[in-house]
Design a protein around this ligand. Structure first.
Ligand SMILES: Cc1cc2nc3c(=O)[nH]c(=O)nc-3n(C[C@H](O)[C@H](O)[C@H](O)COP(=O)(O)O)c2cc1C
Length: 122
């Protein structure tokens, strides 16, 4: 039963300019399944499965901007045209369900490397 201090999960949530239908948010979760730092087709399925009308998803940490921001193998990036095109497919699939996808931009500091070097370690 809801108390005076409780927040109902399935209630409207105005977050800045976004009008969300509920308060269940997907937190970013790194997977290291993006071969060559390129999001793969299974990510379209994964994020689609998390999506719901009026919801908010935060995608896994994403590097590539600048290209020295990348540090971990198989994490996604959006620095190249190919990477951006794959992200578009994911975003479109999520939008089709009326959900919003935020990208978590990542710079991994001292462990950072260039995307080119990541490719070479595969
Ligand atoms: C496998 C895994 C990967 C995660 N990757 C990220 C990430 O990429 N970015 C981030 O900010 N948090 C990441 N997190 C943290 C989660 O988004 C989330 O904040 C956390 O699991 C919530 O629970 P906690 O704060 O009680 O640990 C990750 C967590 C897990 C379990």
């Amino acid at each position: 039963m809801a108390t005076a201090n409780s927040v109902r999960l399935v209630t409207h949530n105005k977050m800045g300019k976004f009008d969300l239908s509920h308060r269940v948010v997907l937190t970013p979760m790194t997977k290291q399944r993006s071969d060559g730092n390129i999001p793969q087709p299974h990510a379209i399925l994964y994020y689609s499965q998390q999506a719901s009308k009026g919801g908010l998803l935060i995608a896994e940490a994403t590097g590539g901007v600048p290209d020295t921001a990348q540090g971990y193998r198989c994490t996604p990036a959006f620095g190249t045209k190919e990477q951006v095109e794959e992200w578009k497919l994911i975003v479109n699939a999520v939008h089709e369900q009326g959900d919003i996808l935020f990208c978590q931009i990542w710079h991994v500091g001292r462990v950072s490397n260039q995307i080119k070097s990541n490719h070479e370690t595969h």
